[in-house]
Design a protein around this ligand. Structure first.
Ligand SMILES: Cc1ncc(COP(=O)(O)O)c(C=O)c1O
Length: 481
């Protein structure tokens, strides 16, 4: 092992080596039975004579801390350690105030999860692992360049493939030069925030909405205003006039599920034009659409270059790949590129090139059709079961895309949903309430139920158990805790 042994002028070198090794044994850095480096090797690394190291080792042997074994080396003796392992000091430094109180609502964590209604997770058992591993190993053999530093925007091949896919499948107006690959959509939000948000700037987000974006922009120094949504999407008339950035989920409002109507899209763009504002369009899961025609993305309707379109392969393929992208107007590209260069530089070229092939050879389209059918079944089954088992207490909110459904308590009903979630957790159900996605003083009451992590055949039983919990909660009428 390469021990860190700094030497300074003054004290004899053998004494310095002896003291540092002694301390390393005492504080547990070196453990019972560890072998000290051979004297010749350590002497050459420290640029001292071998006799200096030998002397230090002899002092340690005399102390009974190490022992020499003929032909094998010098070892730490088992009785030598006196004190517990060294721990880092607890710290005299603190993060900036924005980071101190920052928490994200996490789902109640049952010890044993039987029905995982987590939101935003795909069914990772559907991941095409064998095709993927073939493509990764092929990308690894493609040439040495894949192992080098690369373009901050990411692999050229994947940027071309993403631009083409977005143009054909989503109606986004883009070519490779407009695309920057990111590590998930979240990094795209971070990059856009870093190049646009001045301290104290006002950012508008949907209410209810996606907590990681609100939290991110607060940590970047923004003031974040929640803007209510209605059946057509964000209420443009309620966006504060001082906002210069608006974050929206037009294809599938997160978490309620409706899509933004065309008049509302046009109104938002007109608003942005009047106020010289930027719109961040988060299109995180609408590859899975189960009804209704897809509408033109804001990015396509935008005539001025005010929209940054953000997407992700987290739902389509797997969240752990951390592969997402943004499509930004040319005026933002140089700053975004520099922000990426100064942050993570770029993403994993190997995976990006594998994904480029995955898209180019048609495997992505095939995969989307296959898993799209599975999710369409789950979406229908979930809706049916919610209406059957929970319909007395909740209304299923209209949603024709994505991997979750939201339900709202019927008017006039009042229940302690946080307590219900805790009861659910004890029975192995992981549930999220609408309040988990809200910063409003009086959030809407209901649940957001993901169906990515529960197989179609088991959904019915999970929803039946939710119905039982709702029935009990409606009878007990506990006060909110
Ligand atoms: C609203 C929303 N946007 C974006 C994302 C995608 O995040 P990422 O690509 O960083 O995994 C999610 C994931 O759950 C989401 O719910």
């Amino acid at each position: 092992m390469d021990l860190h042994l700094p030497l300074h002028p003054g004290t004899p070198l053998s004494v310095q080596i002896y003291r540092q090794l002694l301390e390393a044994v005492r504080d547990g850095t070196l453990r019972d039975g560890d072998r000290l480096p051979p004297t010749r090797e350590l002497a050459s690394r420290l640029r001292v004579s071998r006799s200096t190291v030998t002397l230090a080792y002899e002092l340690l042997v005399a102390d009974g801390v190490v022992e020499g074994k003929v032909g094998a080396g010098t070892f730490v003796r088992s009785e030598a350690r006196a004190r517990p392992t060294r721990r880092a000091p607890s710290g005299a430094i603190s993060p900036r105030p924005e980071w101190r109180a920052m928490v994200l609502p996490e789902p109640a964590g049952p010890r044993r999860v039987t029905f995982d209604f987590s939101v935003g997770v795909p069914d990772v058992t559907l991941f095409p692992a064998s095709v993927w591993s073939r493509l990764v190993s092929r990308a690894a053999r493609d040439g040495a360049e894949v192992w080098n530093y690369g373009d901050p925007r990411g692999s050229e091949a994947l940027r071309r493939a993403v631009a083409r896919h977005l143009t054909i499948a989503r109606g986004v107006a883009a070519d490779a030069a407009d695309v920057m690959l990111t590590q998930g959509a979240q990094q795209a939000f971070d990059l856009v925030g870093r190049v646009l948000i001045a301290p104290g700037a006002l950012v508008a987000v949907e209410e209810p909405g996606y907590p990681p974006v609100r939290a991110l922009y607060e940590t970047l120094g923004a003031k974040v205003a929640g803007v209510p949504v209605d059946g057509e999407g964000i209420r443009v008339d309620a966006i504060p006039s001082a906002a210069r950035i608006v974050y929206v989920t037009p294809s599938h409002q997160f978490p309620l599920g409706m899509r933004m109507s065309i008049p509302r899209r046009l109104a938002l763009l007109a608003w942005a034009s009047e106020r010289d504002a930027v719109v961040i369009e988060d299109d995180y899961d609408s590859e899975f659409r189960f009804g209704g025609r897809p509408l033109d993305p804001l990015q396509r309707l935008d005539r001025e270059g005010r929209v940054v379109y953000v997407g992700s392969f987290s739902k389509v393929l797997a969240p752990s790949l951390r592969l997402g992208f943004l499509v930004a107007p040319a005026s933002l590209q140089p700053a975004l590129r520099m922000a990426r260069r100064l942050g993570a530089w770029h993403g994993p070229s190997l995976l990006e090139n594998a994904l480029a092939r995955f898209i180019q050879d048609g495997t992505l389209s095939h995969h989307l059709r296959t898993v799209g059918r599975v999710y369409a079944d789950r979406h229908a089954e979930m809706k049916r079961r919610l209406e059957r088992h929970c319909g007395r207490w909740v209304t299923v909110l209209p949603s024709e895309a994505g991997l979750h459904l939201a339900v709202e308590l019927k008017p006039g009903l009042s229940m302690n949903l946080a307590a219900l979630c805790r009861d659910a957790a004890e029975r192995g159900l992981r549930l999220r309430t609408l309040a988990d996605f809200s910063a409003a003083a009086r959030p809407r009451e209901g649940f957001v139920l993901g169906f990515g992590a529960i197989g179609t055949a088991r959904l019915g039983e999970g929803i039946r158990q939710l119905g039982t919990l709702l029935a009990t909660a409606s009878r007990s009428n506990r006060p909110a805790r």
